[in-house]
Design a protein around this ligand. Sequence first.
Ligand code: ATP
Ligand code: MG
Length: 559
Amino acid sequence: MSVPSSPSKDFIREIIDEDLSSGKHDSTVTRFPPEPNGYLHIGHAKSICLNFGIAEEYGGRCHLRFDDTNPSKEDVEYVDSIKEDIQWLGFDWGDHLYFASDYFDKLYKWAKHLIDEGKAYVDDQTFDEIRKGRGDLTTPGTDSPFRDRSAEENLELFKAMKKGEFDDGSKVLRAKIDMAHPNLNMRDPILYRIARAHHHRTGDEWCIYPMYDFTHGQSDALEYVTHSLCTLEFENHRPLYEWFLDNLPVPSQPRQIEFSRLNLNYTVMSKRKLLQLVEDNHVNGWDDPRMPTISGLRRRGYPPEAIRNFCKTIGITKFQSTNDMALLESGVRDVLNRDARRFMAVLDPLKVVITNYPEGQSEEIETVANPENPDAGMRHFSFSREIYIERDDFMEDPPKKYFRLSPGNEVRLRNAYFIKCEEVIKDADGNITELHCTYDTDTPRGENPSDGRKVKGVVHWVSAAHSVDATVRLYDRLFSVESPDSAEGTFLDHLNPDSLTEMPNAKLEGNLAGVPNGETVQFERLGYFCVDKESSAENRVFNRTVGLRDSWAKVKAKS
Ligand code: ATP
Ligand code: MG
């Protein structure tokens, strides 16, 4: 088969190239093997892009296999969300959807095979005793007093374990390898445990469950996986994985290759910690737009293309590193700058009355929907006597270099006229409630006045009579330190208290009423915003995906 050419291939693709050109394999089979005990996160996206990407590039196939050997933590909700997220990222497993639980019968037979061969035994020690007996990196383990049971006795006991004759945790099946092996994973690892737990697929059929290590490699072999790609923490499980392949009548010999995990700054990536954030209500569910989950990023408005590009940019290596969230965000901006339709919205409105504009009149303004994409066509919106501008685009007593609106000063309204502030209206407490301005009829849509005067400030606005109300949620980093995992205290001590700011009184350009849920658009001058799933015609909700520029770079530079 042909090998796709690329100037800089990662080490895994180089291995695959060799295996194809040497004739070791004539096609590739990879798999993505999530455990259905949580939602997928951006780290999983790296593995998904690698495994499904290889299948696409080499004309091979990639399986989706749920490694569901730990029923107490697993759930169909997770199975469904994982499928949805992979498809949303743009990948497809076709007919190749598998569950490790499909192999429970086979694995049980293989366990008996090891017993027959004198390579597995039933151990009556407690988990604690087993752990102590394993020794550590400097001390060899000690043999279990049950290690020398006969194959017949082991077989009877193992069958009785399966029949439910023993209590949970009272016996385990162990491989008989080497209690003095320098690799702790090889010191008679546990193969089966007794656990009366309801399984999301096999129900109550089993009361013994195979361990992950006894399942993973054999599942790969049963599926004829050629290259079993996993993260570095499995490197020292590889000898065990290979021991099983060598000692069982498996139909194929997959090769395990490890690569480094994706880590991102300003967030956490372990499923256990993400679950804790959800369960303790630090966020509003797995798909909270502040979460590094795929569903959270989707709800935040990230395009799947930006996530795929990010995974491609960081590449595949064996080096442990932490990637910069700013890199991901900058890729999100690149895609959205190209694709997002432009609109105007005012998040914190201040009313402006254009006193020399006739009451009851309005006019239509036409501009391009997206300057980066001529196919997006034109957009039309209204200008009228009363408009809203952003409260912080006005200062009553501005410092020297303030170019936005201030008393007596002139600015351009984006896509429309010059206005000049003539009067500031306040309530009894001295709060500014309204501005009275005049406009220059000579300056529509970006034209400069005939007398040649120029203004430096441009502010965005919406026509009050044509606006729609919305709540806009401004999201920021979930954690205020770069490495919440290694900072002092627990990761929860470093949650960013300002990670969510709600702007309940936003006024949107009327066109934004028609943007469908899930679309991400640009609010001019403000950033990219996505219609939230909770948005309705009565109660519009937008999420800020990302600002137009990296504001964190500035904050960091200052501090
Ligand atoms: P846990 O947090 O429970 O250890 P996990 O993150 O390893 O779980 P799995 O469901 O076992 O989750 O992962 C499925 C696949 O995704 C595995 O092959 C794993 O190596 C890979 N994976 C998980 N996290 C990352 C990451 N941060 N970067 C790259 N690949 C990852
Ligand atoms: Mg795992």
